[in-house]
Design a protein around this ligand. Structure first.
Ligand code: NAD
Length: 505
């Protein structure tokens, strides 16, 4: 049996439970169907057939989950940081023990290739370990001395929080949002994306199996406009950590206004990779191709705008086109596959629409540009490169969230900067040059929350993650996460018998 057939057989074993019992919600330590009994389908991006029925939670389910999170909060908040650290490490161990199952289920639910998903569980476990180690110090504050006074600050968890996640790499992203909330001492209600809900179910089950008390972590599946909306409006949910589209972030801000919800947004991007003629072009071409075509291009930090110095534009775009044409598009469980099927026919139609828009706008298709007849007949789209594009085109301004790269020439550094910044987003940027002075000057002026110089996106977890402009509000990582999930208190102690003003004389 070839490796793909063996992998498909293995995936079926992991998926069997979802096919038979559905994807249940998880409230107060119990796996439960939706209160009103509704279901929706999650389909396979490979062949568009149903993978499982998913509990369709609504406002009543959110209310039950919020009540469970509220009830569990005092004990979870009171747990010593060292105990919380030990428990979060146990969750990481348990994730690693089920790494293969997570990888296979994630690949089948999202269409992301197994070569990348094989690492999803390990990265998820790393997220838990990283925040586990920070848990004992999460409440620490500062001592600020003044004349006759010592101020002592401390932090405490804000309360039950809502976490709302997107469909692109759900396991990794959910663990990245949930681990700091738990480390801070918050209890949570998680609402995963409706297109890829399977691994969120595994994650909560793993956490409770490792000893997390019931009610600390609750899961409600459902549609954004009902379960998601209800979560953002619930008065007992003190904050919303959201990852998704910019326009959804805007809706969540409005929905949360009545209850004065604190929000943390990781939103869309249209990230430039800027290549100067003095760069190492082979490395730059590899990195630019990796950042747009890996993970099916369904990646918030994808380098979706390629800005290239005019003197090397033809040569460099040919190097990228060559790489794009050689990428293997195929079944997500085939170890040779780089680009798998896109998540859903609705999203595939959006990506194909943008390819048509780019052609209508007058850009040149230098690679790809069409649907591919892949195994199972699912949502396969070829890695696509547009050249001769301008920054005004919609394919240069709007987030496509697929394997589509738009290449634009620039004359000099000033024009490169103007083009790079002339977009509503500001999540990430990638800069390729061998001139260190320019690298510093350019990155200083580039409007982005995260910039990599002479590198693709290589994450170091203690660094801040997040975007500027319409790409987000707030940062994740270390103290930045704790600032969001915790309240800061200042207590001022008088250290002398200072003179207190008398008002009656
Ligand atoms: P989306 O905004 O459509 O959905 C995200 C989540 O929000 C889903 O769980 C959805 O059900 C929920 N939702 C939808 N409407 C809601 C509402 N009115 N109230 C509450 N919740 C609601 O995003 P998507 O299509 O799932 O994901 C793709 C987007 O996510 C892209 O824009 C991508 O750039 C972004 N993203 C950003 C990051 C980052 O770190 N900045 C990471 C990954 C993805």
């Amino acid at each position: 049996m070839c490796e793909l057939s063996a992998n498909i057989a293995k995936a079926e074993v992991y998926l069997a439970r979802f096919r038979s019992e559905g994807v249940l919600n998880h409230i107060g330590g119990k796996a439960v169907p939706a209160l009103e009994g509704g279901w929706f389908e999650t389909i396979s991006p490979v062949d568009l057939r149903p993978l499982a029925q998913v509990a369709r939670g609504k406002a009543a389910d959110i209310a039950a989950a919020a009540a469970a999170a509220k009830a569990a909060f005092p004990a979870w908040r009171a747990m010593e940081g060292e105990a919380r650290k030990a428990l979060l490490h146990k969750i990481a161990d348990a994730i690693e023990a089920r790494a293969e199952e997570i990888a296979f289920v994630e690949a089948m639910d999202t269409g992301q290739s197994i070569r990348f998903m094989a690492k999803a569980a390990l990265r998820g476990a790393e997220n838990f370990r990283y925040f586990a180690d920070l848990a004992p110090g999460a409440r620490d504050g500062q001592s600020l001395r003044a004349k006759g006074q010592v101020n002592v600050t401390s932090r405490s968890p804000i309360g039950p929080v809502g976490i709302i996640t997107p469909w692109n790499t759900p396991f990794m992203l959910s663990s990245w949002k949930i681990a700091p909330a738990l480390a801070a001492g918050c209890t949570i209600v998680h609402k995963p994306a409706e297109f890829s809900p399977l691994t969120a179910r595994l994650l909560v089950e793993i956490a409770e199996g490792a000893g997390l008390p019931p009610g600390v972590w609750n899961l409600v599946n459902g549609l954004g406009e009902d379960a998601g909306r209800a979560l953002t409006e619930h008065p007992d949910i003190k904050a919303i950590g959201f990852v998704g589209e910019s326009r959804t972030g805007s809706m969540i801000m409005k929905q949360g206004a009545d209850t004065l919800k604190r929000v943390h947004f990781e939103l869309g991007g249209k990230n430039p990779v800027i290549v100067f003629a003095d760069a190492d072009l082979e490395r730059a071409a590899d990195a630019a191709s990796f950042m747009i075509y890996s993970l099916n291009g369904e990646r918030c930090t994808s380098s979706s705008r390629l800005l290239v110095e005019a003197s090397i534009y033809g040569k460099f775009t040919a190097m990228v086109a060559d790489r794009a044409k050689r990428i293997v598009v195929g079944h997500p469980l085939d170890p040779k596959t780089v680009v798998g099927p896109l998540i859903h026919p609705v999203h595939e139609a959006k990506v194909l629409d943008y390819i048509a828009i780019g052609q209508a706008e007058g850009a040149t298709l230098a690679a790809g540009g069409s649907k591919v007849a892949g195994p199972g007949g699912g949502c396969y789209v070829s890695p696509t490169l547009f050249t001769q594009a301008t920054n005004q085109m919609r394919i240069a301004q709007e987030e496509i969230f697929g394997p589509v790269l738009t290449a634009i020439p620039f004359a000099d550094e000033a024009e490169a900067l103007a083009l790079a910044n002339d977009v509503q987003y500001g999540l990430a940027g990638y800069l390729w040059t061998s001139d260190v002075t320019r690298a510093f000057r350019f990155s200083d002026a580039l409007e982005a929350g995260m910039i990599w110089v002479n590198s693709e996106n290589v994450r170091h977890l203690p660094t801040p993650f997040g975007g500027v402009k319409n790409s987000g509000i707030g940062r994740d990582g270390a103290e930045w996460s704790f600032e969001f999930y915790m309240e800061t208190k200042n207590v001022s102690f008088a250290t002398t018998l200072h003179k207190i003003q008398k008002l009656d004389s």
